[in-house]
Design a protein around this ligand. Structure first.
Ligand SMILES: [Ca+2]
Length: 191
């Protein structure tokens, strides 16, 4: 979960909300995408209006246009893993955030996912994570997909892990979880 949360940290400085609303309105006239109203987002997520305002300011600081494309997402995410190559994992993560497959992440996508990962039920968290691992979105996680994700995480952590990992470690670990022919594949939510 911490790997997901590395991006877009919440700001802690005191905020003047009256002034902020004015500033936001002015700035929103220049952005490409204006998010849903706070009431709608509050209903869609487990965040309060105040939390959503703080999150939006953080999002807007990182992404002034109001949307994040994959290249920008990778650049932001890679900053948290300077010793490794986070691009592949960031690609998988981007696709999970971009649930509507639009090629960009809007503020709504961001806070909806964040709400699940931070305050969702166990089932919601598992469903979200399942979608991250189900790379081709066919409703199953096969051994190849599991291996790709685990390898991407190892690549992201870099070569300075302890103990040092062998190059075939991702394949070996996934072999313990899933059979070669995929007989143990399970559709999320079904036995
Ligand atoms: Ca799949």
């Amino acid at each position: 979960m911490g790997l997901v949360m590395g991006t877009f940290s919440m700001q802690s400085k005191p905020v003047n909300y009256h002034r902020d609303n004015i500033d936001d309105d002015l700035e929103m006239t220049m952005v490409c995408h204006r998010p849903e109203g706070l009431e709608q987002l509050e209903a869609l997520t487990n965040f309060s209006k105040r939390e959503l305002q703080v999150l939006y300011r953080g999002f807007k600081n990182e992404c002034p246009s109001g949307v994040v494309n994959e290249d920008t997402f990778k650049q932001i995410y890679s900053q948290f893993f300077p010793h490794g190559d986070a691009s592949t994992y960031a690609h998988f993560l981007f696709n999970a955030f971009d649930s509507a497959h639009t090629g960009s992440i809007k503020f709504e996508d961001f806070v909806t996912a964040l709400s699940i990962l931070l305050r969702g039920s166990i089932t919601e968290k598992l469903q979200w994570t399942f979608n991250l691992y189900d790379i081709n979105r066919d409703g199953y996680i096969n051994k190849e997909e599991m291996t790709d994700i685990v390898k991407a995480i190892y690549d992201m952590m870099g070569k300075y892990t302890y103990p040092v990992l062998k190059t075939d470690a991702p394949k070996q670990q996934c072999g313990c979880l899933l059979s070669e022919n995929g007989q143990k594949q399970r559709r999320c939510g079904h036995s």
